[in-house]
Design a protein around this ligand. Structure first.
Ligand SMILES: [Zn+2]
Ligand SMILES: [Zn+2]
Ligand SMILES: [Zn+2]
Length: 643
């Protein structure tokens, strides 16, 4: 049994999230995003890899799950349903279903409008596509078919964002989508149940960043904006239509109220105001704090925000403008070109900027400077550039907290940059001891999955489970070493301690008459099949070079041997009791017989220089026994004894 993961997008990258997971014969597509960094076919996931031979996607997939309305998670959905012909079930939360058409329409206008040859999907396609979507509630268990179960959990990334749990038979997994482990102004923190999981596929946008308190960072943002407008400057905030825009609007609106600022705050398109209306309706999906204040006032009823008219670009005086899209192109680029040369103005970068975008160039720019626009035009940038340091994505600590909480058997990192993934993978593997992978696009991973077997247990076995679990505490071997000259130093006995964890050993048997399974003790099994215990033992009488052994005290030899073995096998419990050394099933003691049946090697130069140590062990410890014997043979006794 294995879980098969085919990464079609967001493998070692951010953009066009799309992972096909096959669990026990069921194929699920998690997210169906678009890559806004590409203008050609690479903007879509390579769907041809899903069904290499049949070409029928409805047959190949059990369902599609969309985690949230961001384009890198949903942008390719209308193309996949209306152009590629997928006609099976699609699931997303209610808010995602409500808001997705706004995002898709925004994108369609921006990219395809006016470029007939490029047209990939129309407004009608978006509408038709959304009709096929089944909206789900949080924590509602959906039976997709007889075997496949899915459930959504609050992700706290944007309104309606969800992590999805999927279970087929005994195998289960979680796909996180984008999430935030700390609450922000308008959303609560991600929340999920403790689940038994074979696999967690998690985003890793900020895989190596650790953030401090968000209040400090919010205050910093407000100070920068306030200073700019107080100095007569214009603030450009390029953002997606939904999510960030509403959160920042809340922060600014609240601040404007408190400080009685009269500078206008604009939203660039009617679309975003329509989005604000949805936020008012979807108040149940916001944070507890927002819901609590809702009784007196809907915090999405922005008092100081009005819609923007293009003619206002040239209007004098300070203002704040939210303009789409986030990474600066289209309308936000038009405004940027006009405002960037004025040093009083400010551009606020609100989130992740993909490589090749203007936003990315500004992240490293230090004004005054010149940057190259797409069409090789140089632009003077003298305005201030400010990068928001709070983000709707979890930081590294949040990812670690979630992975630790869920403790899956395997972790796959997607939606991030490779060098950061490599570092996070190391931390997950070393600190949490969970195997972790970061596949590239078009790579397929096979992960072992769980199959549970139901078995009854015998009374005797259950009783054996109740026995306290004793553990030997290790004594410090250095105190007993051959370097210690005080031979009167008493050999320390290992101390006993009762452990919390109990280990019970039993045998799983299948009963012939009804194929039922049962766990029994060893004795019960032997009784059942009517036989006796046979134990095979191996023995060897080991000669050890020990000069003038006749005149030496044999206990000093024991002391040296015990010290040496303790250092050689630090992880094993070595007992030295009444002149018998025991390590697991290995037993060894001084052999005084003149002729021992287990003695095969010839003695050293003289019988007087040789002692024998008789060793016995059972088959399971064969390898260990020969390592112990070789340690004995290499004991250097002569030097110390002669001096
Ligand atoms: Zn997102
Ligand atoms: Zn994303
Ligand atoms: Zn012997």
């Amino acid at each position: 049994m294995a879980i098969e993961c085919l990464v079609l997008g967001a493998g070692q990258d951010v953009g066009k999230s799309c992972v096909i997971v096959k669990i026990n014969g069921k194929s699920i597509m998690f997210d169906c995003g678009i890559h806004t960094g590409y203008q050609d076919h690479r903007r879509y996931p390579d769907f041809s890899l899903i069904s290499a031979n049949s070409g029928d996607f409805t047959d190949s997939l059990s369902c599609i799950i969309i985690t949230h309305f961001h384009l890198d998670h949903i942008g390719a959905l209308p193309y996949f349903t209306q152009v590629c012909g997928y006609n099976g079930p699609i699931y997303m939360t209610y808010p995602t279903k409500a808001l997705a058409p706004i995002m898709l329409e925004d994108y369609r206008k921006l990219i395809f409008e006016g470029r007939e040859e490029e047209k990939q999907f129309s407004s009608e396609d978006i509408a038709e596509c959304m009709k096929k979507v089944t909206a789900v509630d949080l924590k509602q268990t959906i039976q997709v078919d007889k075997d496949l179960q899915i459930r959504a959990y609050y992700a706290g990334h944007v309104i309606g964002a969800a992590m999805f749990y999927a279970k087929v038979g005994d195998s289960a997994m979680v796909y996180t989508g984008d999430y935030n482990m700390t609450a922000d102004r308008h959303l609560g923190a991600a929340q999920i149940d403790r689940l038994q999981l074979d696999l967690v596929i998690t985003e890793s946008t900020y895989a190596t960043s650790y953030r401090d308190s968000k209040y400090v960072r919010e205050r910093e943002f407000l100070k920068v904006v306030h200073n700019c407008v107080a100095g007569g400057g214009k603030v450009l905030i390029p953002t997606f239509a939904l999510g960030r825009a509403q959160e920042l609007c809340m922060i600014l609106d609240d601040y404007w109220e408190k400080t009685n600022l009269k500078v206008p705050i604009y939203f660039s398109a009617g679309l975003t105001l329509q989005a604000n209306m949805y936020y008012k309706i979807l108040i149940n999906w916001t944070s507890q704090k927002v819901k609590d204040t809702y009784t007196t006032r809907n915090p999405f009823d922005f008092k100081n925000v009005c819609s923007f008219d293009r003619s206002l670009i040239h209007a004098p005086g300070p203002c704040v403008l939210f303009a789409t899209p986030a990474m600066i192109s289209g309308f936000s680029l038009d405004v940027f070109k006009l405002w960037a040369p004025d040093e009083r103005n400010l551009v606020t970068l609100t989130g992740y900027c993909g490589s090749g975008t203007i936003g990315r160039k500004l992240m490293v720019a230090k004004p005054p400077t010149r940057i190259t626009l797409d069409d090789n035009v140089q632009l003077d940038v003298r305005c201030q550039i400010y990068q928001l340091s709070f983000s709707p994505h979890t930081d590294a600590k949040g990812i670690m907290d979630l992975v630790k909480f869920l403790s899956p058997k395997h972790v796959i990192l997607v939606h991030g940059e490779k060098p950061k993934m490599v570092k996070l993978k190391e931390i997950i593997e070393s600190e949490l001891e969970i195997p972790c992978y970061h596949p590239a696009n078009h790579e397929t991973l096979h992960i072992p999955s769980t199959r549970r077997i139901e078995a009854s247990a015998s009374d005797a076995f259950l009783q054996s489970c109740l026995c306290p679990n004793f553990k030997f505490l290790k004594t410090d071997p250095r105190q007993d070493s051959e370097l210690d000259d005080d031979s009167n130093n008493k050999r320390k006995m290992p101390q006993l301690q009762v452990c919390e964890n109990r280990v019970a050993q039993g045998l799983l048997i299948t009963l012939q008459k009804n194929q039922s399974r049962k766990v029994v003790t060893e004795n019960e099994l032997i009784d059942t099949i009517g036989t006796e215990i046979h134990e095979e033992k191996f023995a060897y009488c080991c000669p050890i070079y020990f000069p003038n052994s006749e005149s030496r005290d044999i206990s000093s030899f024991h002391l040296i041997l015990f010290g040496k073995l303790s250092r050689e096998f630090p992880d094993l419990n070595i007992q030295d009791c009444e002149d018998v050394i025991r390590i697991q099933s290995f037993v060894g003691s001084f052999c005084s017989k003149a002729k021992c049946p287990y003695r095969t090697d010839v003695s050293f130069q003289s019988v007087l220089d040789t002692v024998h140590f008789c060793c016995a062990w059972s088959m399971g410890d064969e390898e260990l026994a020969w390592r112990v014997i070789s340690t004995m043979k290499n004991l250097k006794l002569s030097d110390r004894i002669e001096t």
